[in-house]
Design a protein around this ligand. Structure first.
Ligand code: UTP
Length: 320
């Protein structure tokens, strides 16, 4: 029988990167605060945490990132100002930004890579499995939830990407889980690529929506050339990891550019047979990249309940 894993309660959101692909916009503004339609990028990730049942969000921040702390703090003056002018709906929107989440902040003083950023959260996470969400990646799931799914949304709403990984972690007795997606050959060298084989669900998960998409990861290669890539499945930006990852990251020697890559820690989990992947069902936007950001703005704008129809009409009439 698969041993019962500790519950996933915490999520680490690393936001200390320099955002060089988005200069000059990110010279003074955190990349994660760039707005897609009417919300900063990081709010999409925090909303995914809430919908996935996360209770505690840990931001790994750096210099010039204080706007993120302000965004998720209370704003009593702004709320009273809006209430006094009869703008109760706007006041509620401001008040509910962080849901009931607890927020903690820790610093990564030098941007030494994603693996290093995650390691900075080790003490705040402690000895329990946890989620990692990249704040510049928006993952809009369209995988229907199932009868056994305990996520907090309405029964027929899509299961959030992080929730799906939490279910895999639970069903496998606390193994790591990541989302992957098919990557075109000419873009393989931008991704961590997995070498994997189809996996049986080791325990539970009989009705799980991810059951037929479950893979056991044997190895990972960071940013390979197309001829060296072991598959076309690239890591997207959502992870649920066991606490052993901290020991592995602490032992990892810095690679190219002095950075500690999360992929190196993931490779160690894969070698231990403790890493699963599932092919994400939905749309991933890498909005930390200019083209990805524009695509996210158009696609999410088109789905917006208030703006969508007018925006569609505008795009239809646009003379190119
Ligand atoms: P990215 O590689 O997309 O972010 O990392 P970056 O380094 O800021 O971007 P570019 O490549 O220079 O344009 C994904 C997430 O991990 C965080 C980033 O803030 C981003 O949200 N990150 C990255 C850290 O927190 N620390 C790091 O050392 C690197």
């Amino acid at each position: 029988m698969t041993p019962k894993a500790k519950r996933v309660r915490k999520a680490v959101l690393p936001v200390a990167g320099l955002g060089t692909r988005f200069l000059p916009a990110t010279k003074a503004i955190p990349k994660e605060m760039l707005t897609v339609v009417d919300k900063p990028l990081i709010q999409y990730a925090v909303e995914e945490c809430i919908a996935s049942g996360i209770e505690h969000v840990i931001f790994v921040t750096g210099r010039r990132k204080s706007a993120i702390e302000d965004h998720f703090d209370l704003a009593p003056e702004l709320e009273s100002f809006l209430e006094e002018r009869g703008k109760s709906e706007s006041a509620r929107t401001v008040r509910e930004i962080g849901g009931d989440l607890q927020f903690s902040y820790t610093r990564q003083s030098v941007a030494l890579g994603l693996g290093h950023a995650v390691l900075c959260a080790a003490e705040l996470v402690g000895d329990e499995p946890f989620a990692v969400l990249l704040g510049d990646v928006i993952m809009a799931s369209n995988a229907p939830s199932c009868a056994t799914s305990a996520h907090t949304e309405a029964p027929n709403s899509p299961i959030p990407a992080t929730r799906e990984l939490i279910e895999i972690c639970d069903a496998t007795g606390g193994a790591g889980a990541i989302h992957v997606e098919q990557v075109p050959r000419e873009r393989l060298h931008f991704y961590g690529i997995i070498d994997a084989q189809p996996a049986e669900v080791p325990g539970g998960g009989e009705n799980a929506i991810w059951r037929d998409r479950l893979l056991r990861v044997k190895d990972l290669v960071e940013k390979p050339s197309a001829d060296k890539a072991p598959s076309d499945l690239g890591i997207t930006g959502r992870y649920v990891l066991p606490p052993e990852i901290f020991d592995y990251l602490a032992e990892t020697k810095p690679g190219a550019g002095g950075e500690i890559q999360l992929t190196d820690g993931l490779c160690r989990l894969a070698t231990d047979g403790k890493l699963y992947a599932t092919v994400f069902q939905g749309r991933t936007h890498d909005a930390g990249d200019k083209l990805g950001f524009l695509q996210a703005t158009v696609e999410i704008g088109l789905k917006d309940p208030k703006l969508g129809n007018q925006f569609r009409e505008y795009l239809r009439k646009l003379k190119l």
